[in-house]
Design a protein around this ligand. Structure first.
Ligand code: GLY
Length: 421
């Protein structure tokens, strides 16, 4: 009850007249961008209270597990659990950078120092990850947080942290196979697993070459993107989730899934990572093969008979009980953000891409948004993390919100300046 009162006081403090107690949220701005960016500011203020509450009320089992494994303090939100509680993660979790990334985007949009300070606080919690060479998730963690922070502040300390993060990520490159190793877990199942998600971590490496002048990072990123293009995709341009490599011969050992329905199915967020990843690789390299790959993935997605009318995918395009399957709003957010960028590079289809992205964010805003003051301050409902293990099914997840805000900011910039970068 006390937390609910705090949440409402945030809303009132902002001088907004809202229908407290009703389930609908009034319009907060004149455009979809204004409306949702205002909504995001209100929700993130709620999130700050929920984070404090979750930190002080951590269960003894969770604390014991964290201490036993030396995981360090709880940092940022990851998702709402089905019982409504907030799941906070230590810095090593692959999702720890998205919340600070959201705060940086809000600062960019509002230019209000309140958000800058909050973004700095939630970013600073992650510094130790720059030395964590045990996963490939460095880009997700550090580029969304420190990367946005550096872009907006030019803080030299952030630059050093990002360069160290890139050095650490580069240690996972396996030259004979031409890929960056993704996971170290499940060693009995895979020798050297690479997941399509790993395309997203390359942005940090491209940045590191630009900033340091050392082409090593660029070469690793291009190598990884080319090997992934060769081995991760099927003839219809859908992609596998996990490819297992022999690190001595470079041969492909297995084509698997981990979070999708089956090895041969099309896990929705994986397709979204592919679209975003190759669009970003084209931005960084101007290599036509990467643009073509992004175009083909877009064609696969938008011609798929199981793409719903509202363009918010089911968790897997081959899920057996469509239309009675959980959606994945996070896949939709990633796709929307990627399409705004793709519209810059494929000008013949620019209008089509922008319209698709507009439809996605309109539908997310209309039918997938949390009620104000609810859901631990998350923005979007109905994301699915890992359906096969029944983890994070049909719940709010932080990366859906991060890419939703990014997509809104991209739409705003495109409309105002015709540019994104
Ligand atoms: N990178 C893990 C996921 O997309 O769930």
């Amino acid at each position: 009850m006390k937390r609910r009162i705090q949440q409402l006081s945030h809303t009132l403090m902002l001088g907004l007249c809202i229908g407290i107690g009703s389930s609908c949220t009034p319009k907060l701005g004149n455009t979809i961008v204004e409306d949702n960016m205002m909504f995001a500011q209100l929700q993130l203020r709620v999130a700050f209270d929920e984070i404090d509450y979750a930190r002080t009320n951590e269960s003894p089992e969770s604390r014991e597990k964290r201490e036993k494994n030396c995981w360090g303090e709880l940092t940022n939100p990851r998702n709402s659990e089905p019982d409504g509680s907030l799941h906070l993660v230590p810095s090593k979790d692959w999702t720890s950078g998205f919340f600070p990334g959201e705060l940086w985007y809000i600062y960019e949009y509002t230019q209000n120092n309140f958000w800058k300070k909050k973004a700095q606080q939630h970013t600073d919690m992650l510094e130790q990850e720059k030395m964590n060479g045990k996963t490939h998730d460095m880009g997700f963690k550090m580029y969304c947080s420190y990367g946005n922070g550096y872009r907006l502040t030019q803080d030299e300390r952030y630059k050093e942290i990002l360069l160290q993060s890139a050095r650490t990520l580069a240690t996972r490159f396996k030259p004979a196979a031409g890929i960056i190793r993704s996971w170290d877990h499940n060693k009995n199942k895979w020798q050297c697993p690479v997941i399509i998600d790993n395309m997203m971590n390359l942005e940090l490496l491209f940045w590191a070459t630009r900033e340091s002048g050392d082409s090593t990072y660029y070469n690793i990123a291009v190598n990884h993107a080319r090997t992934t293009l060769k081995n991760h995709f099927r003839p219809d341009y859908s992609c596998y989730h996990v490819i297992d490599y022999d690190t001595i011969t470079g041969n492909v050992l297995k084509k698997n899934t981990h979070q999708g329905l089956s090895h041969e199915s099309a896990w929705s967020r994986g397709q979204a990572w592919a679209l975003y990843g190759y669009t970003m690789c084209y931005r960084e390299t101007k290599l036509p093969e990467f643009l073509q790959q992004a175009q083909k993935v877009e064609e696969y997605l938008f011609n798929h008979p199981h793409m719903p009318a509202d363009l918010v995918p089911y968790w897997d395009f081959d899920a057996p009980n469509i239309p009675n399957e959980p959606r994945d709003a996070s896949a939709a957010s990633v796709i929307a953000s990627a399409l705004y960028e793709l519209s810059l590079y494929d000008t013949e289809n620019a209008e089509k891409y922008q319209k698709q992205a507009d439809r996605i964010i309109e539908n997310l805003a209309k039918n997938y948004r949390s009620d104000m003051g609810q859901n631990n301050g998350f923005l979007l409902l109905h994301s699915t993390g890992t359906k096969p293990s029944n983890t994070e099914v049909d719940v709010p997840i932080v990366y859906a919100d991060y890419y939703f805000i990014e997509a809104l900011i991209r739409k705003d910039k495109l409309e105002k300046t015709g540019k994104l970068f």
